[in-house]
Design a protein around this ligand. Sequence first.
Ligand code: DAV
Length: 371
Amino acid sequence: MEIPVCSYNEWDPLEEIIVGTIDGVSVPALTHEMKAFVRKEYWDFYRERAGQPYPIEMVKRAAAALDNLQRVLEDQGVKVRRPGAVDYGSRVARTPHFETPGFFNADVRDVLLVVGDEIIEAPMSQRCRYFEHLRYRPLVQEYWQRGARWTAAPKTSMADALYDWGYPEEDMAWFRGEAGVPDTVGPLNGRFITTESEPCFDAADFTRFGRDILAQRSQVTNELGIQWVERHLAPNYRVHRVRFRDPGPVHMDATWVPIGEGRVLSCPDRPCLSPEVLEMFQRARWEVLYPPRGVAVAEFHMSSCWLSMNILMIDSERVVVEASEEPTIRFFREIGLRPIPVDFKDHYVFGGGLHCATCDVRRRGPLKSYF
Ligand code: DAV
C-alpha cells in the first residue's frame, strides 16, 4: 500500500496539499489569550461581534482567495484537498472548563503537524480554536485508513490555569515585528500569556528540516508542549528550541522560513536570539537571507505585514507568493527562484498567509539530516 502522507521539510517537490476552508467562520470572543493575538485597534470589533458572522463580503473574498490558491496549485501539478464546509452557526463551544463562541479559521497549518507519514493534531491553546481539529477529521481519517499514522496530542483542557491572568495589557499592545519594543515586554522578558500548567502547542510553532525540527516557545506553544513533541518524535527527530526578538511570538512561519536546502529566510524585524541554532546553521553553511518588508494593503487583524514571507514552496525553485508583494517577488527573482504570484491578501484579515492556510500532505524526497 502506498503511504498517502509523507513530508519531511518545507521545500521538497510538493505532490499533495490541504488548502483550508473559511466557510462557517464566526467572530471569536476577545478572551484573555486572544488579546495577545488580536491587534488592539480591533479589540472593539471583537468585543461587539463575538459569536456573530464576520461581514459576509469579507468571508466571500477570503473564500475566493482560497479557491484561487487551489486553482494555482492545481495548475502547477499539485493535488489539492479541501476540508468540507462546517456550519456551527452561532453555536457556543462548551467544555467542563469554559464556554466561548467559535471561530474556525482556515489556517490548517496551525492545527495539523505532518512529520513523515504521521499527522499530529495539535492541542492548541486558544479557546476559540478548541474544536478546530474536527473540521479536518474526515480528511485525516481517510488518510489514516489509507495507511498514514494519526496521532492526537493530549488535548489541552484550556482551564483557567493555562493563562497568565496578570499579563499586562500594555504589553499586549506591542505587535509582532514592531520596532522599539523594550526588553521588559512579555515574551522578551520570558513572560507569556500561556503558563506551563499543561502542554499546549500550535503546529505552526514547529518548522521541519528533515531530522531536525525547530520549535518556538510562543504565546500559543509552551515548553511542555515542545517537550511532548520532542519526546514523541525521539529518537528519529531532534527538536531544537529557538527564540527570536519578538514581543508577541505566535507561529514561526513569518519569522524563520526555509526556502530550500541550505537557505532560510529570516525576518529582519525579529532576529534569531539563539546562538546554538545560529551556529548549527552556520556550521552546515546555510545562507540566512533577509527579505524586504511586506507591502500588501490589507486588514491585518491578527498578524503583521510579514505575512509577505509566509510563502509556500512548491519545490526549491517555485515559490507561491502574494501577488501584491512586489519587493518580495523581486527579491525572490534576484536569488534565482521562480515566483508564482497569487492574489491572497483578502485572506490576511483572518490571520494567515499562504503557508498558514495550507498543510503539506506529500512532498517527494527522503528523510535527511541537513545539520
Ligand atoms: O507576522 O504576525 C503570522 C503567522 C500567523 N500564523 C505575524 C505572524
